[in-house]
Design a protein around this ligand. Sequence first.
Ligand SMILES: CC(C)(COP(=O)(O)OP(=O)(O)OC[C@H]1O[C@@H](n2cnc3c(N)ncnc32)[C@H](O)[C@@H]1OP(=O)(O)O)[C@@H](O)C(=O)NCCC(=O)NCCS
Length: 181
Amino acid sequence: MNHGPFLYRLAREADIPALQALIPLSVRGLQAAFYTQEQMEGALGTVFGVDSQLIRDRTYLVAETQEGQLVGCGGWSKRKTAYGSDRAKSGDDPLRDPATEPAMIRAFFVHPDFARRGIGRSIMAWCETEAREAGFTATEIVATLAGEPLYATFHFVVVESFSITLANGAHLPVVRMRKRP
Ligand SMILES: CC(C)(COP(=O)(O)OP(=O)(O)OC[C@H]1O[C@@H](n2cnc3c(N)ncnc32)[C@H](O)[C@@H]1OP(=O)(O)O)[C@@H](O)C(=O)NCCC(=O)NCCS
């Protein structure tokens, strides 16, 4: 996939170190208007991190510059886990039933130097097409307050506001957003 100046391809296991470097840069650079440092640091590694199941499922994309710098990522999931990294999981992660359950949009992170250049939008468009082709008719996201405007442009609506309790005792306010075509 080639949209504008960036190249988009499926993420590979070999990308994990670059993803683990990108995610804290994205969080600290783009969420500071919405969350405190305690909230961001408490969520990094568990709520914000790599879910390698998405890579194995081939449902996770990365965006690269022409020079090969990894500057964005995001994907969707056909599995039960709604958010969070490998470290937040225990046991296997069963599949959802597309007939009765929504697909989940998962783990979008863009490098601050490359924000507002359409990377999030391009990955979202791919996710929606792929989830539809896999038979899902509804889609949900547990979104950060930083992510909410992007998903709102795709006509997702907030159906619930809640806070995730973090390991450091802080609470991270998030919104569950839903779209049914
Ligand atoms: C959310 C995020 C992935 C968006 O990525 P992005 O590549 O900058 O988004 P895009 O450039 O594709 O934006 C598409 C549209 O979404 C909306 N949008 C995106 N970011 C926005 C912001 N900070 N404020 C207002 N609207 C925003 C705009 O309508 C934008 O279109 P425009 O630039 O033409 O006005 C990025 O801000 C990010 O990585 N944030 C930190 C990590 C995070 O919280 N991820 C979300 C997890 S649920």
